[in-house]
Design a binder for this molecule. Structure first.
Ligand SMILES: Cc1ncc(COP(=O)(O)O)c(C=O)c1O
Length: 410
């Protein structure tokens, strides 16, 4: 048995809060956390309640600052003052999009696979307000990275004009449905060459792929801690380098008081440092989450295992279903989530109903979870590899997925 086999696998499930009978193949949607993090969460909540004023008026500022320092090391960001905590990726993205001083006629590059709350939320809001024009690039996977980059290059040539410039490009680092790694490093570089700002939605990055934000040098970057880093839900981070901090304000603006200013010296971190009363405890759990990850062998070992689990698990499911994995010849699309084509040629139901029924059946009839979705004219399922999985989970997944498809097939 290799060291990795000894460290990772289904036996780790008992270290997580998960129902031991649940077969979890959907870590990507909501994440989850181990008992040690759950204990840290309870402990902080109880500590807050011993003396709420002590926490909310005074101690929260140095504690959150310390949490941002830990995170800065992980993200390879030199100055923790360039990081702000937000409660979820949607809030971080909306903070940038809804406060950036767009001018009438500005354009924003986005993609057909951009996360729905961003595409149909903040971006649509700006478009409906007549402020910006969206340049939406259609992506039909599987595609090579080169083909994606070429489409962005073409869009810039066609739509970037002096009087009506493309002001910003909003891109996922790893998209949701389909779950594919986007060539965000190359696209960030490409748009920068054309004076276009990059807003990278890294909701799925932290804990799934290595990040070095100093080298990447995006204009704005958002990442969730509650998906892949084992931090409880309600914890995300917004990175804005100094050159752009004057362009972003939080969604709720609370002028900084002196307790905030005593700890936070930079206006950007003061601004985001006190968004009104809420539960800060998930952020405080960063230390416990990183400690647990270290106990498993650290970031590199975890990412290697979860990636290989997704690749092997996806291949097994595709073989058992008689279908294929969504991958390009270079093999760059799969990180730790994999998309497998479903044996569902035509559903009896509408697309929306099919998605809903699939979820209801897989949760309530099979105590498992993996979302189905339609892309490029075919039905797919997204499966996540995690440290607590083994190939038996994927085998079980294939069996129940086949059964559900039989029930939905026209
Ligand atoms: C690519 C992407 N962006 C943004 C989000 C939204 O994250 P949150 O629910 O934390 O706002 C998700 C959630 O799955 C996502 O997959």
């Amino acid at each position: 048995m290799t060291k990795e086999n000894a460290t990772f696998g289904k036996h780790l499930r008992s270290q997580f809060v998960l129902d031991p009978n649940y077969v979890p193949l959907n870590h990507g949607s909501l994440g989850t956390f181990p008992h040690s993090v759950s204990e840290a969460l309870k402990k902080n909540r109880e500590y807050v309640e011993l003396h709420p004023d002590r926490w909310h008026r005074v101690e929260v500022f140095p504690k959150l600052r310390k949490a941002r320092e830990s995170l800065a090391r992980l993200l390879q960001v030199e100055d923790p003052s360039d990081l702000a905590f937000v409660q979820n990726a949607s809030t971080g993205l909306a903070s940038v999009l809804r406060s950036f001083p767009f001018e009438k006629g500005d354009k924003i590059i986005c993609f057909s696979v951009t996360y729905t709350t961003v595409l149909n939320g903040s971006l649509k809001f700006l478009e409906d307000a007549g402020l910006v024009e969206l340049v939406k690039i259609d992506l039909s996977y599987p595609m090579s990275d080169e083909a994606v980059i070429d489409l962005v290059r073409e869009a810039i040539q066609q739509h970037h004009h002096q009087d009506k410039p493309i002001r910003m490009a909003v891109m996922d680092a790893i998209s949701s449905l389909p779950a594919v790694r986007f060539p965000f490093e190359a696209v960030t570089r490409l748009v920068k060459e054309h004076n276009i700002l990059s807003l990278v939605d890294g909701a799925h990055t932290l804990g799934q792929i290595p990040l070095d934000l100093t080298t990447l040098d995006p204009d704005f970057f958002v990442a969730n801690l509650h998906k892949w880093l084992y931090v409880p839900r309600g914890a995300s981070v917004l990175y804005v380098p100094k050159r752009n901090q004057h362009l972003v304000r939080p969604l709720s603006i609370t002028p900084a008081n002196d307790f905030n200013k005593k700890v936070n010296k930079v206006p950007f971190e003061q601004d985001f440092g006190d968004p009104g009363i809420f539960d800060h405890s998930p952020f405080i759990c960063i230390h416990a989450a990183l400690e647990f990850r270290e106990s498993l062998g650290g970031e590199e070992a975890i990412m290697k295992f979860t990636h290989e689990m997704a690749v092997k698990g996806g291949a097994l499911v595709a073989e058992l279903l008689g279908t294929s994995v969504m991958e390009n010849p270079e093999g760059t699309l799969t990180a730790s989530m994999v998309n497998v084509e479903l044996p569902l040629k035509e559903s009896k139901y509408s697309d929306g109903e099919t998605e809903r029924l699939f979820i209801e059946k897989i949760i309530y009839e099979h105590n498992c979870m993996a979302p189905a979705f339609k892309h490029n004219g075919k039905w797919w399922v997204r499966l996540s590899g995690q440290v607590y999985n083994d190939l038996d989970d994927f085998k079980y997944g294939a069996k129940v997925i086949q059964q559900i498809c039989n029930e939905l097939q026209k």
